[in-house]
Design a protein around this ligand. Structure first.
Ligand code: SF4
Ligand code: SF4
Length: 294
């Protein structure tokens, strides 16, 4: 399986457009493709690739401290928690649920059995066949929950179990933990940017993140012509190739606003995405873009 992270740092650069069209194009070429929508705060790949999803709930074990059974003040639970989710206040352990990652270390460390784990729902993971050869896996976090990385890990696990030839990991915006959970271990990180000051700024952050994670990278320059920021210069200095250029055109924005795949709305789009797949094939030395036998 070739796994490809798609990220942008900045929101609104066209990352979803690139991820969905790339997935659809590879599937139309006869590849077995899974697109994992890891933007669990606000997943929207399904707007471009609608399908009937099968959902299952995801719950994390959350500790509950029995004050009666607690030998107050031993502090082992606090010491075991590397997320700082337990504090000792007035000689009693107090749990801060928003900081808890459900790892179970505190209950294991407690010598009196005062900490029990109860499952607490954090969201759902859905699997939808959306076209021939193309499956969409989406994670959706419940409102008010904070454990995005756990839900993203589950989304990636379910996506990987579908045995894809090409796995596309559509990351959320930003450069924090949810993005890291979405792209870590990918064979290649595709960064979508635009030639604006903001695009350039966030591309710089994403390049640093990609380097920290030791991921090979490539860039898609979207809305080329919409600004004068020197994306070419930055990529040249960083030694990261620009593998596709999508022009700034009204009809592209209209297709996006209508929730239509660019592949179906713009006569040049199949060419753009074929070239992108070809470039990925070269960079990863994997036959992503083979022609369909049909
Ligand atoms: S389950 Fe893990 S993260 Fe949560 S309070 Fe216990 S040790 Fe900390
Ligand atoms: S480890 Fe157990 S006994 Fe010790 S303070 Fe925490 S809950 Fe109480």
């Amino acid at each position: 399986v070739l796994s490809l992270g798609v990220a942008s740092g900045k929101g609104g650069t066209g990352k979803t457009m690139v991820a969905t069209n790339l997935a659809a194009h590879a599937a139309r070429l006869g590849r077995r493709v899974v697109l994992a929508d890891c933007d669990v705060d606000a997943p929207d790949d399904h707007l471009f690739l609608p399908g009937e999803a099968e959902w299952r709930l995801l719950a994390l074990p959350r500790p509950q401290i029995d004050a009666e059974a607690c030998r107050a003040g031993c502090t082992r639970c606090r010491d075991a928690c590397r997320f700082g989710a337990i504090r000792i206040l007035a000689a009693r352990p107090v749990l801060f649920p928003d900081l808890c990652h459900g790892c179970g270390a505190c209950s294991e460390a407690c010598p009196t059995g005062a900490i029990r784990e109860r499952p607490q729902r954090i969201g759902q993971v859905g699997l939808a066949p959306v076209a021939s050869g193309l499956t969409l896996v989406s994670g959706v976090m419940d409102i008010g929950e904070t454990e995005a990385p756990a839900l993203i890990r589950e989304t990636r696990l379910l996506a990987g179990r579908q045995d894809p030839e090409l796995l596309i990991l559509d990351a959320p915006p930003g450069v924090a933990c949810p993005v890291v959970a979405s792209i870590r271990g990918a064979d290649l990180l595709l960064l979508v940017t635009e030639p604006t000051r903001f695009g350039l700024h966030d591309l710089t952050l994403m390049l640093a993140l990609g380097r920290a994670l030791e991921l090979p990278m490539a860039v898609v320059l979207n809305r080329e012509g919409s600004g004068s920021a020197d994306v070419d210069g930055l990529c040249a200095r960083e030694g990261v190739p620009i593998v596709a250029r999508i022009p700034f055109q009204r009809r592209i924005a209209e297709a996006y606003a209508d929730g239509r795949l660019l592949l179906d709305a713009h006569p040049d789009a199949p060419q753009w995405f074929a070239a992108l797949l070809g470039a990925l094939e070269q960079l990863t030395a994997q036959p992503v873009a083979r022609e369909s036998a049909a």
